[in-house]
Write a protein that binds this ligand. Structure first.
Ligand code: GLY
Length: 370
């Protein structure tokens, strides 16, 4: 079962390949891309332990010369000083413009490797091999690369597209369940913002909270429809001058929750789930969205084992203050992505702080609305 999704861009189009078992034959996918001989594989120690040998063996069999650079796991290492160490490796191994940086890992590794690839020698080839569900359906596609600044996440970065995204769903067997659920938040997001069919298929599942709940066919469908949604959106607006902002559905409140809980208590996907719940409730209050659809979204989030409530201890006024410092603020106004029906959203800056306060106080209690 191999699915190929083209990401069609004005320049630098590429393919997403989704195929179980593809990691062990990754060299076969890279050879036709006519890359130079040298590949610097960037990963973290844990992921490299699981999959490094498989990848290196296949690349070597296909005539590539492979070097390894490991970055410790964790968001706290997504820094410019770690990027300098990647540059050191690139220098040590005498990488040239025709050489390739290959990211084997989750979103942090993909974002960092892409940024190093964008900037070393003004641009090396870049390959994405995502190993988390979140990276498969979101971070690896679309060319957002970067690192954190001490004052904010992903403030330093570049749009830099990979030459290929290779997804082997079998690697999800080693993904911790909490990380799997975090990725499912982005999958639900695609259902709400773009693909009502995906939403309906998720609704039909009895269980969705762990990798073992999904048949290989359903997993392939989830990956395919999510990546297709992202490819469609990025294909229409690569640099986020308009439409691409819809991918931030749930992220406005989500980022505030992440930052106010120190990026540790609540992970990104959990924060997005809470953010979708709040955005859905705001849309209902504004008469943009049918309450029953908001309830369906809530049921899907709950079935996936994701949170829907603002964590205790996080103050409503702190959330409101934090919104104004978010990257999504435009001309001083906080932008919200709000659903109008399953599969469609709009972008608006017309949500008052009073309404946000009201919804956060009611804590998305749908029995109040419906
Ligand atoms: N993760 C949102 C985007 O790629 O635009």
């Amino acid at each position: 079962m191999e699915t190929i999704i083209p990401v069609k861009l004005p320049e630098n189009s590429y393919k997403i390949v989704i195929k179980p078992g593809s990691l062990s034959v990754i060299g076969d996918y890279l050879t036709p891309l006519k890359l130079g001989q040298k590949i610097l594989l960037v990963s973290n120690p844990e992921i490299f332990n699981f999959y490094g040998e498989t990848v290196v063996n296949s690349l070597t069999q296909n005539g590539f010369e492979v070097f390894i650079h490991l970055i410790p796991a964790g968001e706290q290492f997504k820094t410019l000083s770690q990027i300098e160490k990647v540059y050191d490796s690139a220098l040590t191994h005498r990488l040239e413009r025709s050489s390739t940086l290959l990211a084997l890992g989750g979103g942090v590794i993909g974002d960092m490797t892409g940024f190093a690839a964008a900037t070393w020698l003004r641009g090396l080839n870049f390959i994405q091999v995502p190993t988390s569900l979140l990276a498969m359906v979101d971070a690896s596609v679309g060319g957002k690369t970067g690192v954190n600044h001490p004052l904010g996440k992903n403030l330093i970065g570049a749009f830099y597209q990979p030459k290929l995204v290779l997804i082997d769903p079998e690697v999800l067997t080693t993904l911790p369940e909490r990380e799997f659920r975090a990725g499912m938040a982005e999958v639900i997001k695609y259902g709400v913002i773009w693909d009502d069919n995906l939403f309906a298929q998720l609704e039909q599942c009895d269980r969705l909270s762990s990798f073992s709940d999904l048949t290989p066919e359903l997993l392939q469908t989830i990956l395919t429809r999510s990546c297709q949604a992202k490819a469609d959106v990025v294909g229409q607006d690569e640099k986020e001058s308009g439409l691409r902002a819809i991918l931030n559905y749930g992220h406005t409140i989500g980022h505030a929750v992440e930052s106010l809980t120190g990026y540790s208590l609540v992970n990104h996907g959990e924060a997005v789930a809470i953010g979708m719940e709040v955005a859905g409730a705001i849309a209902v209050k504004l008469n943009l969205w049918n309450c029953m659809d908001a309830k369906k979204q809530n049921q899907l989030i709950v079935k996936t084992g994701l949170p829907t409530q603002i964590p205790t201890g996080v103050k409503i006024e702190d959330i409101i203050n934090s919104l104004s410092s978010d990257k999504k603020v435009k001309a001083g106004k906080v932008r919200f992505i709000l659903p109008t029906k399953i599969g469609e959203v709009l972008i608006t800056s017309e949500v008052s702080n009073d309404l946000i306060r009201e919804v956060l106080t009611e804590n998305s209690n749908y029995s109040i609305f419906c």
